[in-house]
Write a protein that binds this ligand. Structure first.
Ligand SMILES: CC[C@@H](C(=O)O)C(=O)SCCNC(=O)CCNC(=O)[C@H](O)C(C)(C)COP(=O)(O)OP(=O)(O)OC[C@H]1O[C@@H](n2cnc3c(N)ncnc32)[C@H](O)[C@@H]1OP(=O)(O)O
Length: 305
C-alpha cells in the first residue's frame, strides 16, 4: 500500500511534470524516487507463481529471424504471470543474440491474444499489484521495442486488451483478413496496463488514440491498415506465419550490421529527446560508415535506377 500511496501522490497530488509517477529505471531496478526500491526480480518471482500456458522462443541462425510464440490456446492465448516472465526471458535472450535481424511475435491457434490472463489478474487486482505487473511488463515490452531487430506481430485472429497492446510493441503488424484489434480496457474498467496507451498515441496521434481507447471500437484488419496500425493484410488461404516470415526476410535482406544500426536509429528517435537521439544517430552512423557493407557497396559502383 505504501507504494501505491506514493505513486498516487506523485501522479495526482503535486508533481507538475504530470506523467512521471515517481519512478525511474536503472539497470535491474525500478526505483521509487521517494523511498525504497522495487526490484524487477521480486516482481518476477511473484509473477512466475501464476501459472498457465507458456511462451516459446526459437532462433534460426541461417536467417537471423527469431520467433516468439504465445502458447495458451485454451485461454485464447491470455498471458499468465508465468508467461509474462517467459516473455521477459525471451527478450533477454534476444538482447544477447548479436546476429539477429528480425523477430516474429506469433500465437498458437486462431486467436492472437485475449490480454492478461484473468486468473492472474484476479490475484493481483489491487492498485499495488497492478502497478507491479505493469512495471514488469512495461520493462519487457520496452526492451522488445528497443531490440536492434525488426519486429513483426503476426496478428492471426483477435488481439484484445493487453493482446492489442502487445502487438503495438512490435515495429510492424501484419494481419490476417479476419484479424481484429480491440482496446477493451475501458470496458474492463481500466486504462492500458502494458504501455499501449503511449504507444497508440505515437502510432495514430492523440485524438485517434483517445477515440479508440474510450470507444473500445473493434478494428478490422482493413480499419487497421487505414489507421496506419497495420502494414499489410496477409493473403487468405496461405500460412500467415510463413507469409510474415517472407515479408520480414525481404525487409532484412541487407547486412546484419546495417539492419541493426538502422533499427536503433528509429528506436532512439521514438524514445529519446531530440538532441540525444541525433547524437546517437551520428554515433551509429560512424559505426557503419566505412564498414564492410559500405566498402562492398562502393566497390560495386551500384546504380539505383
Ligand atoms: C493487463 C492486461 C489488461 C490491460 O491491458 O489492461 C487486459 O488485457 S484487459 C482484457 C482482458 N481480457 C478479457 O477481458 C477477455 C475476456 N474474454 C472474452 O472476451 C472471450 O473469452 C474471448 C477472448 C473473446 C474469447 O471468446 P470465445 O472465442 O467465444 O471463447 P470463450 O469465451 O469460450 O473462451 C474460451 C476459454 O478461454 C478463456 N479465456 C478467454 N480469455 C481469457 C483471459 N483473458 N483470461 C483467462 N481466460 C480466458 C475463457 O474463460 C474460456 O475458458 P472456459 O470457460 O474454461 O472454457
Amino acid at each position: 500500500m505504501v507504494l501505491w500511496h506514493l505513486v498516487r501522490k506523485s501522479v495526482f497530488g503535486g508533481i507538475r511534470t504530470g506523467f512521471v509517477p515517481g519512478f525511474c529505471y536503472s539497470g535491474q531496478t525500478w526505483r521509487c524516487c521517494h523511498e525504497g526500491a522495487v526490484l524487477l526480480e521480486d516482481i518476477r518471482k511473484e509473477m512466475a507463481g501464476y501459472t498457465g500456458g507458456q511462451v516459446d522462443l526459437t532462433k534460426d541462425e541461417s536467417t537471423g529471424v527469431a520467433t516468439i510464440t504465445l502458447n495458451n490456446p485454451d485461454r485464447r492465448n491470455a498471458l499468465s504471470g508465468h508467461m509474462m516472465v517467459q516473455l521477459a526471458d525471451a527478450v533477454s535472450n534476444l538482447e544477447e543474440w548479436k546476429s539477429g535481424k528480425g523477430v516474429l511475435l506469433c500465437a498458437n491457434g486462431s486467436f492472437f491474444c485475449s490480454g492478461g490472463d484473468l486468473n492472474t489478474i484476479r490475484k493481483i487486482n489491487n492498485p499495488e499489484g497492478g502497478l507491479r505487473m505493469s512495471i514488469f511488463v512495461h520493462d519487457t515490452l520496452s526492451r522488445l521495442q528497443n531490440l536492434p531487430m525488426i519486429s513483426v506481430a503476426v496478428v492471426q485472429g483477435k488481439a484484445l486488451g493487453g493482446g492489442a497492446e502487445l502487438t503495438l510493441s512490435c515495429d510492424f503488424r501484419l494481419m490476417t483478413s479476419e484479424a481484429k484489434l480491440q482496446f477493451v480496457q475501458a470496458k474492463m474498467g481500466v486504462t492500458p496496463g502494458w504501455r499501449g496507451g503511449t504507444r497508440l498515441v505515437h502510432l495514430v496521434g492523440p485524438a485517434k488514440a483517445l477515440q479508440l481507447l474510450v470507444s473500445c471500437e473493434k478494428l478490422s484488419a482493413h480499419d487497421c491498415l487505414q489507421a496506419g496500425l497495420a502494414s499489410a493484410i496477409l493473403d487468405t488461404g496461405h500460412d500467415p506465419q510463413r507469409q510474415a516470415l517472407n515479408w520480414l526476410l525481404k525487409n532484412t535482406a541487407g547486412s546484419t550490421e546495417v539492419i541493426r544500426a538502422t533499427k536503433m536509429v528509429v528506436a532512439n528517435a521514438q524514445s529519446l529527446p531530440l538532441e540525444e537521439s541525433l547524437k546517437r544517430e551520428r554515433l551509429i552512423f560512424s559505426t557503419v560508415w566505412g564498414g564492410p557493407a559500405n566498402i562492398a557497396a562502393l566497390q560495386e559502383n551500384i546504380k539505383h535506377r
